[in-house]
Design a binder for this molecule. Structure first.
Ligand SMILES: NC(=O)c1ccc[n+]([C@@H]2O[C@H](COP(=O)([O-])OP(=O)(O)OC[C@H]3O[C@@H](n4cnc5c(N)ncnc54)[C@H](OP(=O)(O)O)[C@@H]3O)[C@@H](O)[C@H]2O)c1
Length: 300
């Protein structure tokens, strides 16, 4: 935990304290590297397989970053690149091969995939215990029931980010704007769990709540999980609140966050425009991957 903990009281401030994700990711990846080293010393090489379909530049870039990171951490990272014309059956075949390969502990299918393919159907083919994204229906069920299993990376990253920066969550009012399957819905489940870094009073708002600012304005912690650039403005934020920007939209290489920068004038603490939630998401992917390797080795 950082030394400059945010006070649990909600007070007005001029310019918000920044809550970067980089140091959180570094800490998590340091722990992962130590676990990888221990596994390798015990004769197990953790392996995270990646699957890319098509020629989307951004997706290829994300895969390269994850493979580089995997290599730095000591993971093996077998990779399959399917052509953009690949069929659903082709994709399922690759996933099933990785499922049945005992040397592969985690499998990541890079999202998005070409429009003629169904990502959710492919996800259901994946062995839930190799689901490093934590998005398989079985893992969503485990999350809902509070059972151990891989957690969805972005929600887990946000919980870790708040804990690292000393933002108290337990007993506080958290409002999540957005109920998407990747972020808002699992985050709400996670932060309502009975654990010291969660245990919050969580409200979820969305397009069905026309007057959502009524809720966000009373939030001690507000998480934007929408994907509509600039949707969260200072008038939606309680003075001194903690604001976490999870939602983003890409226009080409330009990243457009949900949270308007001017919110920093009202918030007590806020994630930076770049380098906030993103780095923690990647770190959680590797945390899930090493946990899968430990489980497969009978150590988890
Ligand atoms: N930073 C990261 O590492 C990271 C990782 C994963 C995802 N993300 C981002 O997180 C965001 C959410 O992802 P997701 O997959 O969960 O999204 P999603 O499934 O598209 O869900 C978006 C949610 O926002 C709500 N919404 C949309 N427009 C709204 C409006 N005008 N007013 C109020 N609510 C509105 C939707 O409401 P309805 O349900 O009523 O339609 C929906 O619940 C995306 O921007 C995604 O890119 C970021």
């Amino acid at each position: 935990m950082s030394s400059s903990a945010v006070s649990s009281g909600v007070v007005s401030s001029g310019t918000a304290r920044l809550l970067p994700g980089g140091p959180v990711a570094q800490q998590v990846l340091g722990e992962v590297a130590a676990e990888v080293a221990a596994l390798r010393a015990a004769g197990v090489t953790p392996s995270l397989a990646t699957v890319l379909v098509g020629d989307d530049d951004a997706s290829a870039g994300y895969i390269r970053i994850k493979q580089r990171q995997a290599a730095e951490l000591g993971f093996a990272s077998p990779h399959v690149h399917l052509a953009a014309s690949a069929s659903q059956a082709d994709l399922h075949r690759v996933i099933e091969e990785f499922n049945s390969d005992a040397g592969v502990h985690g499998v990541l299918v890079q999202h998005p995939i070409p429009g003629h393919l169904d990502y959710d159907r492919a996800l259901q083919v994946l062995d839930p215990d190799k689901d490093v994204d934590g998005m398989h229906p079985v893992n969503m069920g485990r999350l809902a029931l509070g059972l151990p299993g891989p957690l969805p990376c972005t929600p887990a990253g946000i919980e870790a980010l708040l804990a690292f920066h000393g933002v108290p969550v337990a007993g506080r009012e958290v409002v999540v704007l957005g109920r998407g399957a990747t972020l808002g819905r699992p985050l709400a489940m996670l932060l309502a769990q009975k654990r010291p870094t969660a245990n919050a009073a969580v409200t979820v708002v969305h397009t069905g709540v026309a007057d959502w600012p009524r809720y966000t304005r009373r939030a001690e912690i507000l998480v934007a999980a929408v994907g509509v650039p600039g949707i969260v403005r200072p008038e939606h934020v309680r003075a001194g609140a903690v604001v976490v920007g999870g939602g983003v939209r890409y226009e080409g290489r330009r990243l457009l966050p949900d949270v308007d920068e001017s919110c920093a004038q009202v918030a007590g603490a806020i994630t930076p425009r770049v380098g906030g939630v993103g780095p923690t998401t990647v770190a959680m992917l590797f945390r899930n991957a090493v946990a899968a390797a430990r489980r497969a080795a009978g150590l988890g």
